[in-house]
Write a protein that binds this ligand. Sequence first.
Ligand code: T1G
Length: 703
Amino acid sequence: MASGQTLDAVRESAQSINDVTTYARVGTVAVITIDSPPVNALGGAVRRGLMDAFARAADDSEAHAVVLACAGRTFIAGADIREFDAPDPDAPDLLDVLARIDACPKPTVAAIHGTALGGGLETALCCHYRVATPSAKVGLPEVALGLLPGAGGTQRLPRIVGAQTALEMMVLGKPVAAAPAHEIGLIDTIVEGDLLEGAIAFARNAVLSGAPPVPVRERSEGLSLPHDAELFARFRADNARAFKGYQAPENIVRAVEAAVTLPFEAGMRREAELFQELFASRQSAALRYLFFAERQTARVPDLPTGTPKRPIAKVGVIGAGTMGSGIAMNFLSAGIPVTLVEQEDAALERGVAAIRRNYEISLKKGKLTPATLDACTERLHPSLDMADLCEADLIIEAVFEKMTLKQEIFARLDGIARPGAILATNTSFLDINAIAAATSRPGDVIGLHFFSPANVMRLLEVVRGSATRPDVVATAMGLARTIAKIPVLSGVCDGFIANRMMTPRMDAAQALILEGPLPWEVDKAMVAYGFAMGPFAMLDLVGLDVIGWDPATSTSSTVTQVLCETGRWGQKRQAGFYDYDATRRPSPSPVTEALVREFQFRAETQPRLFSGEEIVERLLLPVVNEGARILEEGIALRASDIDVALVMGYGWPPVTGGPMFWADTVGLEKIIARLEAIGETPAPLLRRLADDGAALHTWPATA
Ligand code: T1G
């Protein structure tokens, strides 16, 4: 970051403020540096350091300006989320620290590299100026944690960029790159060369200009931008769908309304009220839980520390269908060449065309540059000959879900793949051990279960066979991050983790409609809970005929079987549980209703009304029970891994935290009682945890 000369000057004069903060002076510019890995988060030590360092700067008569910089990979990346539920009692409150910075009478300059996010950008907004490297990004992503910028961001940001841009930045929560941030005035200068030198020069010029520095709280250019009173109403209307079910966006809008209508101090008080509402909410607790849960899945406690990873420089994919081409894209986009093998030319061409089409869609959306698109597609090597996989470091089989076919392929791979190559199967439920047994190298065989669309869904289930070697597991878990996936380690069982967890939800839904609620009433309840679509709409989308229905053995013994037998296979037939018009718009079907009523009659149930909450509970209880069994069997390492798998693999509503987190919000004693009330046998782990007063979603504490 800093060239030799400047860095030497800083080092020579640096004095320790505390273990994460130093104070130096380069000429007449004070340089405060935070060094608190991994992301310089605003934990207690950083807050104490900032408080004392800025006090020192204000009193230092030799210092005519102040630069705030960070060491390591990034400028301050936000409040320390780990401290939210266990704040450091001895450290000053963040708002007091920022007030100290904000009150500095000398020009203050934030030198930003990496990502200045959340409280990090709010700290920079308490400086008079912000300079950044070209690759830096700034943002207020608190909405992703179910929060709003609670350290003045909702009040200061609009004063620079205006209400509309501020709303977009905070409600979408997406970081803004340095160049566009400079265009909207959020960054004062982009420093092409050495950031610290540039920041010091900027500070010197600010002093030389003689102009009194104006704190952001006193600026108003953003608020004087033309905006009509309809702005907020329109913003709410335009984003109503995206806001649905989330509390934080509305509170952000209200906070920005306060920035536009109230004096700064009153606006800060309003921001604090709105922040506290969110901080105390279950949604935010769930999202903060998932933030760390996602970052924990890659840890495999029983892997010896320092387990080596095998270098993966070349990848082979067998099967150019929807999954194979999607899987290939993950590696192409990560800069890894892929040999894509198919049996027939037409199938191979379809796969290659699908890959190119997907990249072109990303290009149209501005997510890709033409150069990147060309680089990705140039890394793709289509082939009709498995022998071309002989140099691959990793080969992923993604063919039809048939054990004999997979075993045949792995047996052939055994003779083709180089020694040390990792042989992976994308099977979604077949026994990895049986596939591995088809080779002479079962230790090199592993499951890499991608979720469709494979180039989009972030979950990657890494399935460890009984013979899979530790370095193969370590390689797969590390590779997930390389291809921007969240790895969840699974043992071998039917459906691994995510599919196994979703099965009892579907079974419960099918059973429930015999007790009263119709399919669309069940779906409505699940959508209200936060799912994008309910289980029956999902069945219609996927196709009833492909979910384990066999015409040869169908016996009209379930609603689904009868629907399939009568050709109501779902959306593709414009009739399934729902009826569909030509645009595939669904409507409750009288045919299905009559069928359900008939089955209710046969079941001799006393159909009754169910509330939405009761429907949700009836579908979630068996899922929680299955999760507890998965943990007891050692299939999943942690309960939070199960939640991450469902959120990342099946769009389980993140604001609920996932089924294991939900179970603790209900209380395990109640979960057990309600499971028994519906005739389910609670998994022993639930009883043990309930007896110990322990939580399910953080079990096991050690993993
Ligand atoms: N607090 C504590 N730890 C954090 C952290 C944070 N804010 N951000 C990251 N870490 C840890 C993370 O757990 C991991 O730890 C390591 O850093 C690397 O993270 C008052 C209330 C900065 C873009 O939401 O978006 O400020 O697993 O694996 O992919 O208004 O981390 O190594 O032990 O993600 O390079 C707002 C959250 C907080 C930013 C880096 N800030 N962080 O991504 O690495 S709320 C955020 C990120 C707030 C104020 C409000 C990303 C990153 P470990 P990583 P990365």
